[in-house]
Structures are given as C-alpha cells and as structure tokens.
Design a protein around this ligand. Structure first.
Ligand code: CP
Length: 310
C-alpha cells in the first residue's frame, strides 16, 4: 500500500501521481473543474490550520496553495525558511513537529531532497496530511494535476487520441515526471519527449514515450506542447553548451510551432526563461495556456485540500 493511502484506501497525503488510481485522479480533476466553475464550499476548511512549509523558492505553488486554503476558510500559516530557526540548524522534521504541535493539520511542503516529503509524512502524527509541493526531481503532483485539467479543458476528456510533446530538461524535472505519470494513467495515446541527450533521464521515466533530439520532427501534428524550464545551473554542470545553442535547438518559436497541429496548445509550468526555451510571442500568444494553468492551479489545490482535510 502506498504511504499516501491509509489502511482503508483513503487518500491521506498527496505525495506523487505515480500509482494514483485513475478513479482517484479523475475525481480530483472533476472536483477541480467544478470548483473552477464556481462550486467551492467557502467553509469546507473553516478552523483548519494549514502551513506552507517551503524549503525552496516558489511563486505559483506557494501562493496558489495559500489562496486555495484561504478560499476554503482555512487558517493559513506561511513558514519562511530564511527567517526561521532552520538557519540555526533545526531540522525539517523538528520544524514540522513543532508546527504540528500548534494544531496545524495540513502541510504543503517543498524540499530539494527526493523523497523528503514522503519521509516527513511517515513521521507525521495521525490526522496530519502532507501535500507535496515539489521534492527534488521526483514529483510535483499538483502541477501534474493542473496540467491535466488544463489539457482536458482545451482538448476534451478522452486522452486516447491526444498527441503530447514534452520538451526540455526532463532529467531534472519533477514536473515532467508527474505529467508523465498522469498522462499514462489517463491513457494518452502518443507521448513524445524531446531533449538533448545530456538532459534525458536514464531511469524508467520515459517508458512508453517516443524519444528524440529532433524538435522540428517531434512537433509534427502534436496537439499540445509542454515546455520545461531550462535549469540554468545545468550549464555549470556542462550539460548544456550555451543558452544560444539551447534556444536554437530546443527553443519554441512561432515558426517552429507552425509544425504542430493548427489547434495545438502550449503549456509551461513557470517560471519561464523567455528567449531560451520559449519565445515571448509564443508565451503570450493565442495558443498559450500558461496563465490558464496558473488559474487552474488554485482550483486543483482547493480540490486536493478539500479531499485531504475537508
Ligand atoms: N510551477 C511551479 O512550481 O512554479 P513555482 O516554483 O513558482 O512554484
């Protein structure tokens, strides 16, 4: 049994989309869609303490979780790592345990360590739920959910005929891993991945995907292009020669996008490196769903908070 379920099969933490049953995934997407259409219960989490516990920077995930919790009536505490006692050496687990002792039941956690959120969930008390807001390169489940909701709104609920292309630093991307888990669970018919060899994972992440280094060929006829942020620190590791080379080979321009289906949509989880992996006329253009993704993030996070803490 996955640690995100209790012995009765009830979802108690959201750690990963890997192994999340299709029925559970669809229930979260359906609820998020209903919330996006205006059916939120503003008192669902009245009096429930929720803490955003981020050990890594964030704009979208932290603020949209905060907004989601507030819209459900929760009492929200924002932990600031830079001014916290972690700077004096307090561990993440001691931090969680102390905030838990204040009566907080929901923790939205981002951490640089793979599996760090699951480890904290394993040590949390009964009745406490952890929501993974991104751990290492492993998982970013609510990003995966909001990406699926955005795709579903644009392309319909039947993913069997969907041709999706994921482009960029897949090797280090928790977003790509969560998207791939969700796309497989939803039965996406054609999943393509394009990246330089140096940015491709060597584990089983890409099972069932068509993998290529040829961005122009990979774009032919796709319904959705999911761009990934180039993690600039990878240049220091020698995995990318230069930003100019990367843009030439893997940057999405309007001319390149013309190879995709005429109705193809463009997604990016943010933050974007404009002029590197995506040009501004594409990011801000009519095919871009990037701000729709952000808006859907609030609805998805409300659905998840409601499911775990409501
Ligand atoms: N997409 C995403 O996780 O963005 P933030 O790092 O700003 O939260």
């Amino acid at each position: 049994m996955s640690p995100q379920f209790d012995e009765r099969g009830r979802l108690i933490h959201l750690l990963t989309l890997e192994g999340l049953p299709r029925t559970a995934l669809l229930a979260l997407l359906d609820r998020a869609q209903a919330i996006a259409e205006g059916s939120a219960d503003r008192k669902a989490l009245e009096g429930v303490g929720v803490c955003t516990l981020f050990f890594e920077p964030s704009t979208r995930t932290r603020l949209s979780f905060q907004r989601a919790a507030q819209r459900l009536g929760a009492d929200v505490l924002n932990f600031d790592a830079a001014t916290s006692s972690t700077t004096k050496g307090e561990t993440a687990l001691d931090t969680l345990k102390n905030i838990e002792a204040m009566g907080v039941r929901g923790f939205v956690v981002r951490h640089s360590g793979d599996g760090a959120v699951a480890a904290l969930a394993g040590a949390a008390g009964p009745g406490t739920s952890l929501l993974n807001a991104g751990d290492g390169r492993s998982a970013h489940p609510t990003q995966g959910l909001l990406d699926m909701l955005t795709l579903r709104q644009a392309k319909g609920a039947d993913f069997a005929g969907l041709r999706v292309l994921i482009v960029g630093d897949v090797k280090h991307s928790r977003v790509a891993r969560s998207d791939l888990h969700a796309l497989r669970t939803l039965g996406a018919g054609d999943i393509r991945v394009c990246a330089p060899r140096s940015l491709l994972p060597e584990d089983g992440t890409l099972e069932g995907c068509t993998v290529t280094q040829d961005f122009d060929a990979a774009l032919e006829g796709v319904d959705a292009v999911m761009m990934l942020r180039l993690q600039r620190e990878r240049m220091e590791e020698g995995l990318v020669a230069s930003l100019e080379d990367y843009h030439r080979d893997y940057g999405l321009s309007a001319a390149r996008l013309a190879r995709a289906d005429a109705d193809a949509v463009v997604l990016h989880p943010g933050p974007m490196n404009r002029g590197v992996e995506i040009d501004s006329d594409v990011a801000d253009g009519p095919r871009s769903l990037i701000l729709r993704q952000v808006a859907n993030g609030v609805a998805v996070r409300m659905a998840v908070l409601e499911a775990l803490l409501g």
